[in-house]
Design a protein around this ligand. Sequence first.
Ligand SMILES: [Zn+2]
Length: 362
Amino acid sequence: MSAVGSRAKSVAYAKRTSHGLVASPLVSGTLRLPGFVNAHSHTFQRALRGRAAGRDFWAWREGMLDEAERQSPELVRETYADTYREMLAAGYTAVGEFHYLGAAEARAAAEAAADARIAFVLLHVAYARGGIERSRQPSVSAYIAEVEQLRDAGIAVGVAPHSVRACPADWLETIGAYAEREGIPLHVHADEQPREIEECLAEHGVRPIELLARCGCLGELTTIVHATHADAGELDLLAAHGCTVCVCPTTEADLGDGFAPAGALLERAITIAIGSDSNVRIDPLEELRELEGIARRQSMRRGVFSPDTLLEIGAAAGARSLGMTEWPEIEVDLGHRSLAGVAGEHVRAALVAGCGADVVVS
Ligand SMILES: [Zn+2]
């Protein structure tokens, strides 16, 4: 799907090497690629990077909820637009905002995205229990009504039961049925932390993805965010239902979550997408390199995902997860020092293996 961009200047040919072989053509100009798609972002969490917020995920979460409390429509409108511009500069041309700060802030996030000119899907979160009051709706019907109002306002919306922690089974059933009837994306966090699995087993007698299956929440427009600790049976369910898994490796590393089950997802041909999640880093190439790095460390092999597969994970898979058919392309600077001396046939692999988001032409 990619082609050397119209701004390509020339193709420079390497001289004979010391071994007397003719090297492949080196490249310059730009390479046009589908834009990267950020399938999972909590944009307000960018404010937390570098803060020493506790010793584990649960302690970090306390600091995160304090930051969530501080948000207002005005603050969201301003700071999200800045962060969305950073995403665009890094090559993300579309974002799924997993939003649990309230309806007024949801509209502000959509306005910020329009202002920054990034393609946007609001993954409006259902929150029944736990967390902070501003995230919660009084009933699942109140939640669905909120979603309808946001859709009526012209915002592209997907439903997002926050997690099996935050939503009881009857909420999951109602939301799963609504998503299926409306043909809209359903995103949900699952299996990010072992404690969440233990609590789900204690409450329901099944693991989180098993509960989501039982409640009718798994389908081709379902994205499971993380699935870090999903077991084989849960991954089989995702494969059987054609779900996507959104991995967020830089955040999962930052929070000490664990490793994405990269090889197990690949074996089952489960679609993988990426997300910048807490936005501790905004760099799609780094997310993809982390994913491949995890797969290599787990398998002690190289080239587990092909470069083309990784680029597809970074772009088309995320778009599918957000229910998008069109999103803007990007151009990569082939003259960037990170690509200096790289032969044309190796550029796509070198992008993932050795480049940061600064290769993207702003
Ligand atoms: Zn998340």
